[in-house]
Write a protein of this length. Structure first.
Lengths: 212, 212, 212, 212
């Protein structure tokens, strides 16, 4: 397929471009802070950039009238609203994390959440020093899934792709669930899976859970 | 209630005795390598000793005709058979681990096991230097629940009460579930719960999962 | 020896009392929020309470004219000054952590600190839910030893005795040093060692590093 | 410089080739299981392959008369002897691990080793599923540095670049030192550093500790 990427010069943008090209897809359109790259009309747009760019993404999705896969973190409520509106015309896949392991993690949280009443809960997320937002979107997804307000500690260390740990403790024991992304490639593969999932859909709002 | 303990001089035996006494139960009978302690007929027998002593335990449970809670690890197949037979006359609770966290751990394994096809799996268990059997009964429970043969690494470190970690990895990520017992007291509390659960039962074979 | 304990009803106070009695020392004097316990004049005073009580501790040390071992965390600058003054008359051992492992930890930090220029550094400390101060005194000792301002994340989980982790990362790797106290007994043993160290000293200001 | 690589089609071989080319060095010669690649005479040979290939490496180093950097693990005693002999004519850098963090790790082990008498010691190493030898060369370096025989547990998980943990425990506490390589690039950078270090040397036997 012909792919377009918002933030194609960023870390995740490059990773996605590389993986799609490796799988014989074609990078034909891009948008980054120094402007637009145009070679052909894309069949799908992927956005792993920053919330500030969201309006541009929205504009181009409407213009090309193609599916959108968005992994940008720290989106605002009104931007989620805009995505919902957009999804009436084109299919949209939104997630803060495109790894299978995190999906399994979230399902375990869902199972545990009403069995740990009175336990202490803590979340730690660790990412590379270049990550701008805190806490990570994934840590927020874990917290939301728990359905209660729990402390999140954010560590920024070297080039760590992304670690998440959920600790749960009563007075006698500590239970924990952990996830460690070994490279950004794991996320890029989730994006490819999502692209294959939406490419022939008419419209609709999906999460990565729907994809897998 | 009046409690009897096989292995009452051992680490877990003492922990159980202390907790029951703290909760106003009475330790009235015991058996250990240097013989029998008798003050009164017990209403329940708890065994956290060694497989070699199993026949003695069986003998006394029959003699007193009381419920048995057994946490001895490394039991043989024929000893499990004997427990099943015993359970026709008295209630029996058998588990390699009496903590709530491990029960939740096992349920997560149950959920994960058919979603991690092709992933690499490793189990690590860490216990105090005095633990004689390897791997731990709990590690074996985790392996059994996975339903496949996976490597178990056993570490023996100082006075660690008991740590278990299950690692699962595909090429892009590592997911793990961990449990750390903070003290033997966590297990003693599970035994007390089990005692309250079986004290008025007629007979039957139970696991700690049935108790909670 | 005859021991006096400020905060003798607290967690650490009880642990210290138990260990000293086990080793045939005698608990003869105590002070806690509901007043004084007096059976005999102590030969040494141990304080593992709160900074608010410090003036009382000071008063009794002067009154009995005996050595002081103080492990109270979150002391104020003027309280450290008072300890220095006190140490002209009696020996004083002050430390935020009385475990041997933490002493080794600090020496490793001392070795590492000028070899990790430009690395990212993070400290995590985890303690039981009853711990009132944040971050732990030990985490502060690690930070001070590093000689620079680094983030400290504080987790409060169940009945964890005390975990400390120092992470150091460049873009290619993460190095870490960790310490986990298995029980408060490890600290009580450090206090006993300190007591044996100071009991025959005339005066002076010591840390636990001097003791071992 | 003009670089030659034994095992240039392997994981580490490719990583080294990529980094050197990125830094404007030139890959001019290679050897792999399907034969030789020759474009020009190399100024240095790097070998990250398998012990079975060692004789070939030796042959080519003699033929080209250039420095050798060798990171192949599981070398035999006689192969080490051959390296020593070789180093009389050309400079040789041998190490099982070319990361700076591991060098710091080893120095901490050196500091700790005579302070943990009577402690329990365990080493865990985790690597990707493709790693053929067990335990890792780095784990062996840690064991050698300790100067005593300690258990090493080897885990093989997904695409993990390389984790090493050294646990030390007395009855009250667990101290540990950990290292996690985030990517093979960390090692490739150590190779580049080594190349710059030996390129103008006449001869001699060096380890990566000498390089940094």
């Amino acid at each position: 397929m012909k792919i377009g990427i918002v933030g194609y010069k960023g870390r995740m943008g490059k990773e996605i471009k590389d993986l799609f090209e490796e799988k014989n897809h074609e990078f034909v359109w891009g948008y980054d802070k120094d402007g637009e790259y145009f070679q052909d009309k894309p069949q799908i747009i992927v956005d792993f950039s920053l919330p500030e760019v969201f309006e541009k993404t929205e504009e181009y999705v409407r213009k090309f009238n193609v599916p959108l896969i968005i992994g940008t973190t720290a989106l605002q409520d009104e931007q989620f609203e805009a995505l919902k509106t957009l999804s009436k015309n084109v299919p949209v896949v939104q997630s803060y994390n495109f790894s299978i392991g995190i999906q399994l993690f979230l399902k375990m949280v869902d199972f545990l959440k009403d069995k740990i009443d009175g336990w202490d809960i803590e979340i730690i997320e660790t990412h590379h020093r270049f990550k701008k937002d805190k806490p990570s979107g994934t840590a927020k997804m874990i917290k939301d899934k728990l359905g209660k307000d729990v402390p999140i500690s954010s560590l920024r260390l070297g080039n760590v792709s992304g670690d998440h740990v959920l600790y749960m403790a009563n007075l006698g024991e500590v239970l924990s669930v952990s996830h460690r992304a070994l490279s950004r490639r794991a996320f890029a593969e989730g994006v490819l899976k999502s692209a294959e999932f939406v490419i022939n859909k008419k419209n609709g709002y999906f999460t990565f859970t729907d994809v897998i």
